[in-house]
Write a protein that binds this ligand. Sequence first.
Ligand code: ADP
Length: 645
Amino acid sequence: MRMPERWFGPVGAGLLACVILIIDLLIPTSGPVSILYGLVVMFAALGQERGAIKVWTGLSLGLTVIGFAAGPYDTTSIVWFVLSFITIAAIGILLVDREALRLAPVGLERRVRELRNFADSVPPLLWTTRADGYCDFLNQRFEDITGMGVTEALSDQSWTKPMHPDDVPDFLKTWEAARKRGEEYRTNFRLRHRDGSYRWMLSIGRPYRSATGEIERWYGGLSDVDAELRAQEKIKELNAALARKVEERTGELVQTQWRYRNLFDDKNIAVAECDFRGAKVLLDALKAEGVTDLRAYIAEHPAFLDACLATARTVDCNDTLLSMLGYTDRQELIAIPPADTVVDGANVIVGLFELIFYERSSASGPATLIGVGGRRVPVIFAANMSPDGRSYSTVFDITEREEAHALILAAQQELARANRVATLGALSVSIAHELNQPISSMAIDVDTCRRALELDALDRAALRRILERIERNTERLANIVERTRERISRQRRKPEPLQLLDIAEEVRVLLEHDFAARGAALRITCEPGIPPVSADKVELQQVFVNLLVNALDAMATTMEEKRSVDVWIARAETGWVQVSVGDTGPGISDENMTKLFQPFFTTKSGGIGMGLPICRATIEALGGELSARNRPEGGAVFEFALPAV
Ligand code: ADP
């Protein structure tokens, strides 16, 4: 408003009002002077606001009333007074209205400005679009946040440019779908900020409808939810990790539970769970006092053991344990203090207390459980102690094993008795077997002697040889008898160092008849420098005799000229002395090979089947080994090796 206008109106109006009032009062007419106050109101309205116009209108109406009051009171005056009054009031009203109209655009502009300021100052990024989605407004926050000019974004509709490229397709889909449905949408996307970083924003858009319900515009805003979303994301990750962990742990627990339950329900193994947590408190306290030897302490302080035992209780047991002890009611068994369920219970439970005291995890051993009616059940138990003082004991009923053990002992005794009987029998057989050969040899020699004596020409040398042989056989018989006597009285002869070649040669003399009778040759080969072996001479002779007689027997079907037995005496790689007796018989069948050394195995009609078992027993008693095999060129070989002296 300009200054002259501001003063011109009121001053002019004041002067005019004074002039009109003077005329009205000094010239008493019943004319229309007061109507001129309308001009005063008009003047007053020049450059004035509505309040001032109203004041001037009121003032003019007041002066009109004063002029009328001064008289005269004829009809003309009254008509003019009413007309003037109405005219002035109407002019005032019109001028006030006009002023209001004039001021209206100014208010609107201010409001728009205010709105603009408001829109630019609020924290969210605001936008508006036309019904077709054309964006026509973005508040200043758009530029503040993205660094991209609002004008530029609006002019080429590039407001999606600062969005994260990965999020644009989803956003556009949501935005179009919302426009199609005409409903509010909410979505998140990442928006690039001035510093180049992307932050998650929540975008909400809402339609504005006209009175007819048609969408006219869309209003919306973006708020920063980055921290919230990232926190949610973190929470989601943590939740997922937690869920995974829970799942894993649950799986493990289920597995453990399953294993434990399986173990618990095992039909063959009895299981009991005991609670020693109360005892653990006492034991821990004892340890804290510096006690190191639990058993010694308990021996001196039996009351302490009683206190510990009083806290121990059985928590659970499986059906196998119930039936093992003859119970049907689990509670009945559980109610019994653990120490009362086992023979020498206090001692056994102290063993478990030791696990707690010395921080060991398991113990096992034999025990005898006490069942219904005092029934005793021998068991082997294994107890595992958990760190918090609970024990899980598996109990294996060995009643049957104990019974079996008793049976085995009885059987062993019976067998030993039978063995003794059999040994005596075998001994008799073996004596018969051993005596058989020298006696028949002597019988032949005696017969030969008799026939020689009947001859005219006495072959003294031959007779001497025969007599010497008879003498040796007699000696041998005496030795056999002596050895048998010793064997029976369980006194082994003292072994002496013997040269195996000497034994072999002696046996050759003893068996001279037999070899001659079968037309078989006996070759004895000995490596030089063979060390002696430590043995009983007669026993070794017996081994040689057995092997050589067997060889002769085996060659019964061999052509006479091929009948030969070879005895090799050599040093084995082990340093032992090895003797091999090989023949040219048919060898040994696979089937017989496995049975050769079994007592009473024989393929001979008059055989006893004790020769080889006795030989093996003799060799083994001397610390050696006897075995048989077939020669590649035919025939069997029996070999034994003895440790050299
Ligand atoms: P016996 O001579 O009374 O049969 P042995 O124990 O001495 O008892 O021998 C058992 C069996 O071993 C003989 O019956 C024979 O079948 C077999 N045997 C022993 N030596 C030979 C051998 N050199 N060749 C083939 N078979 C043999």
